[in-house]
Design a protein around this ligand. Structure first.
Ligand SMILES: [Fe+2]
Ligand SMILES: [Fe+2]
Length: 204
């Protein structure tokens, strides 16, 4: 895998990864309105996940400009995945969260492989490369820790959180249980603390 091939893989992966949180958040939002009852604090976490995935995508787009074939593939994948996931979420949100948990684990594995390649010197183009400005701002990357290696560690840490959050949500009663990661008073303090704790990434 070259640097370019990794970026292509990341862009495609992230363009799909941004869908589930938005679909789940939207469907729970509509359900809350329709049934005229509270959502138990799930929507915010789901939309936050979608936003985080979109930031991953936008960050990698600063490093490569996808061609027309790639754009067409993203369009096709979004259409299929959005339709399929929406339908599946209406049928069984619990199974969907479990599925996303496993998908996020795959993302963790992908980023781990890229990190190992970089550490072993197979990606020389990334060795002296600084993370894009928007990534530095978004993750508040400290001075001296703004290289590509750090960036990949930040992104992988996000994916690991998505994995844990979705597996946890998949364990819950979708209609009655509060979201343990909610920022509001409904959230469990310990889980909230883990989720909001700043990263301690040392990569450069
Ligand atoms: Fe991501
Ligand atoms: Fe993710």
């Amino acid at each position: 895998m070259t640097e370019e091939k990794w970026i292509t893989r990341f862009v495609f992966l992230e363009s799909v990864a941004g869908v589930p949180g938005m679909v789940a958040g939207m469907l729970r939002h509509l359900k809350s309105i329709r049934r005229m009852r509270r959502d138990n604090g799930w929507i915010e976490t789901l939309l936050e996940e979608a936003y985080n995935e979109r930031m991953h995508l936008l960050t990698f787009l600063k490093l490569a400009e996808p061609g027309p074939t790639m754009r067409f593939m993203v369009l096709g994948a979004q259409w299929v995945f959005f339709s399929g996931f929406s339908l599946a979420y209406l049928i069984s949100p619990q199974i969907c969260h479990r599925f996303v948990g496993y998908l996020e684990e795959e993302a963790v594995i992908t980023y781990s492989k890229a990190i190992i390649d970089l550490e072993n010197g197979y990606l020389p183009g990334w060795e002296g490369l600084q993370a894009p400005e928007m990534a530095i701002k978004y993750w508040q990357m400290p001075e001296g820790q703004r290289c590509m290696h750090s960036l990949l560690l930040y992104v992988r840490a996000d994916e690991a959180k998505h994995r844990d959050v979705n597996h946890a949500l998949g364990n819950l009663d979708q209609n009655t249980d509060p979201n343990p990661f909610a920022a509001g008073p409904e959230g469990n303090l310990i889980e909230k603390k883990q989720l909001l704790e700043p990263y301690h990434i040392i990569g450069c």
